[in-house]
Design a protein around this ligand. Structure first.
Ligand code: SAH
Ligand code: SF4
Ligand code: F3S
Length: 440
């Protein structure tokens, strides 16, 4: 069969798509680059906010059009939306032939056979054990590779659908993660990003996340190690020490705030207060002074008052995040918030607040980036810059995008770059002579 796969959502889904490709290739299917030439089209979906669903319904309408026009196409919905919508998806979108959740990908070859025989194939069982440790992902070429070190989430933040779409938390063995890291090095990747919904609850036997980071950093040939995301509630000092002392572990932390008001954080079940979040940040900055910090924030969660929103602004201004992803609250079916709290902040106020916060954060990002002007960074070249294909886009250890010209270099090279100017999203630099790749 010719199979086409499209991926939506977070890095975890991108990684899962690499597992899916591996499972399908092993079953002798061929992967194609467009839905036009496919016998089977899979959408690996996200459910985090309503607009993620809307995109998929639009895409399914388009698939229905293809079928109507006579293309013989099996359509499959995979991932988080498949898991969370189940019945609704079957009713609303009869175009769908296969539905499989994040723990069911090993069943895809048999679901395809069933669907080709005219049956509809569903598998939405969630597993307490599946970690896909035995599958070698078919990776998208580049400088960075993902590794999911754990799956699922047990935190049940009240706004969040992930514990329902990805099931219970389970960690992979360090041995399987190290073997995968060695394979990545052998394939030429320079950087690995360890993924989990809450990496600091990684636990396997006596190994915790800090142990794992050190082990991955020690893999010969691996040049940079990043991770996402930790939870502010149990950010371990041990991890900060390991990050500080290990040259391969990047000084960058994505620390989701979600809201600044302690009352709102309580309703979100985040289990930390405004002050506790600020204390964690102070501890991080004390230990790793040149760390870069990014965050996620939700505007307009249930019951959020103007005063609560001011708390969010206060934390954002105090912490000075290098960057932030800011979202409007989107009520998700079956979550605790949808059962317990009315979604009572109007669309208009959500829009006003997100707009205000984005403006504030843009100003802060610019100031943070301007502090880098004159500094020299080790930059890993990723790809040609989108604006000017003659220039490169690379990243500093702190994960800042740097644009510069270095005709004699290529993606995967490390170069020393001096920052000459700063924008809100990227830095501009000049290669420090001699302009040759060097080893860190
Ligand atoms: N496990 C990660 C979050 C994954 S979801 C973590 O805890 O860091 C990524 C982000 O989406 C969250 O941090 C949150 O800011 C946002 N998000 C989750 N559910 C949402 C909802 N119902 N409405 C709006 N944003 C949401
Ligand atoms: Fe969702 Fe909270 Fe788990 Fe993150 S930690 S995936 S926000 S429930
Ligand atoms: Fe990721 Fe979206 Fe699922 S953010 S975990 S793909 S709901």
């Amino acid at each position: 069969m010719k199979i086409y796969l499209e991926t939506y959502g977070c890095q975890m889904n991108e990684y899962d798509s690499e597992l899916i490709l591996s499972i399908l290739k092993k079953a002798d299917h061929n992967i194609v680059k467009s839905a036009n030439e496919a016998d089977v089209a899979f959408l690996n979906t996200c459910a985090i906010r309503e607009n993620a669903h809307t995109r998929i319904y639009n895409r399914l309408d388009e698939m229905r059009g293809r079928k109507k026009r006579g293309q013989k196409l099996v359509v499959g919905v995979l991932g988080c939306m498949a898991q969370s919508l189940r019945e609704e998806l079957k009713d609303k979108a009869p175009v769908v032939d296969i539905i499989a959740g994040p723990d069911s990908y090993k069943r895809l070859p048999s679901l395809i056979s069933e669907a080709c025989g005219g049956d509809t194939g569903y598998d939405l069982s969630l597993s307490e054990y599946e970690t896909y440790s035995d599958i070698a992902p078919v990776r998208v070429p580049g400088v960075n590779a993902w590794i999911a070190i754990m799956r699922g989430c047990d935190n049940f933040c009240t706004f969040c659908v992930v514990p329902y779409t990805r099931g219970r938390e389970r960690s992979r063995s360090p041995q399987s993660i190290i073997e995968e890291t060695e394979a990545i090095v052998a394939q030429g990747f320079k950087q690995v990003t360890l993924l989990g919904q809450n990496v600091n609850s990684y636990k396997y036997g006596n190994y915790d996340f800090a142990d794992l980071m050190k082990m991955v950093g020690d893999v010969p040939g691996m040049r940079r190690v990043r991770f996402t995301s930790p939870h502010p509630k149990d950010f371990p000092m041990k991890l900060l020490q390991v990050m500080k002392n290990h040259p391969k572990l990047c000084n960058q932390i994505h620390l989701p705030l979600q809201a600044g008001s302690t009352e709102v954080l309580d309703r979100m079940n985040r289990t930390y207060s405004k002050q506790e979040f600020l204390d964690v940040v102070a501890e991080i900055r004390d230990t790793i002074p040149d760390v870069s910090l990014s965050t996620d924030i939700i505007c307009g969660f249930c019951g959020e008052t103007d005063k609560d929103f001011e708390d969010t602004i206060e934390v954002v201004e105090q912490v000075q995040f290098d960057s932030a992803f800011i979202f409007k609250y989107s009520e998700r079916k079956n979550t605790i918030a949808s059962r317990k709290y009315p979604d009572d902040v109007s669309e208009e106020i959500k829009s006003k607040r997100i707009h205000e916060l984005v403006q504030i954060q843009r100003g802060i990002s610019l100031v943070r980036n301007e502090l880098d002007v004159g500094k020299i960074f080790d930059v890993l070249i990723e790809q040609p810059s989108k604006k000017n294909r003659e220039e490169w886009l690379g990243r500093s250890d702190q994960n800042k995008g740097v644009v510069f010209s270095a005709p004699q270099n290529k993606p995967g090279d490390f170069v020393k770059v001096k920052i000459v100017s700063a924008g809100t999203n990227t830095l501009r630099g000049e290669v420090v002579t001699p302009a040759v790749a060097f080893c860190v």
